[in-house]
Design a protein around this ligand. Sequence first.
Ligand code: PLP
Length: 393
Amino acid sequence: MRLAKRVLGMSPSPTMAITSKAKEMRAKGIDVIGFGAGEPDFDTPEHVKEAAIEAIKSGFTKYTAPAGILELREAVAEKLKRENGIEYSPQEVVITDGAKLALFNLMLSVIEEGDEVIIPAPYWVTYPEQVKFAGGKPVFVETKEENGFSLRLEDIEPVVNDRTKLLILCTPNNPTGAVIDRNELKRIGEFCAKRGILIASDECYEKLTYDGFEHTSIASISEEIKSVTITINALSKAFSMTGWRVGYAAGPREIIDAMIKINSQSISNVNSVTQKAAIAALTSPTDFLKDWLKAFDERRRYMVERLNEIPGVKCLMPKGAFYAFPNVKELIEKGGLKDDFALADYLLEKAKIAVVPGSAFGMPGYLRLSYATSMNNIIEGLNRFKRAAEELL
Ligand code: PLP
């Protein structure tokens, strides 16, 4: 059997692979501490679960419109106005299976064979795979550690040409936790609007920022910027609803209509019960977030402090999301290891901790550790990391 080229060229998600490997080891009775998680360790809020139970009991279990039910599209439009300061009509919103499908439908809707898509590195692993799947060419630009991994207009300017179709922005960022401030977003947005470059603004981690940083949605800055931007978000991280599979995109009607058409010929619609739960989530108070943020913030500080005590490791303080992205170049070099993959393997075998190598995100010489895990795991995991590093040097 010969599989299609488009799927042969696709790499499986390395973050999911490391999580599965750690799970397998755990199933064999090995005590592995996982720092691979890309999801909050908190439970979905009770009122959201109740809304789903109610939907099942009332028989809301049939096909819905491919765009999502109107009540949910309205709830998203209201949320974007209230919290992000962007005016979208419900018709400019499509409900998708998480942010992942929103991005996928977007790529399939706008990318033609050979179009270039700018992806700032380090990047979320899925972006380049989706771009290639859609026939596009990923063009990577490196963000710099000395700029806190925060993208600058100057990073993208040199690679823009007539084939540049789309820029993918992710703030707060996975894997670095970096954020882009309003000023820089304005510069980047105005540049893209002037050049007719579309912007996919992945705002999945918007609720998870620290030290008083306030997230800005790039589409809220001006009408010109809004006209080239597709705002993408999900309930996955902000409501701890990763398994429910619900997200959305909002943007120019023509693009949203194309994305809806793809829904109609692929998934049909997001699970009807999930959609009802999403309405409850988006229209109820989000006080629980304060406690989640407090816990994430404590873990963030602790993790970064401890990482910086490990010989050969240097880690910036991330301003958002729930990941630390330490520079481990010195540890790799002095420890005589080949690269960050080898270090991640060493840490899994020796210290029984699962971390993701930076190479998976297009940035060798780093590791990603998620702090969406208990403080006890973080304490013990970092003790193990330190011991294993000391043995290596
Ligand atoms: N975008 C980023 C930057 C992510 O980190 C993730 C999940 O890890 C997603 C999108 C996908 O989110 P969802 O589970 O809503 O599809």
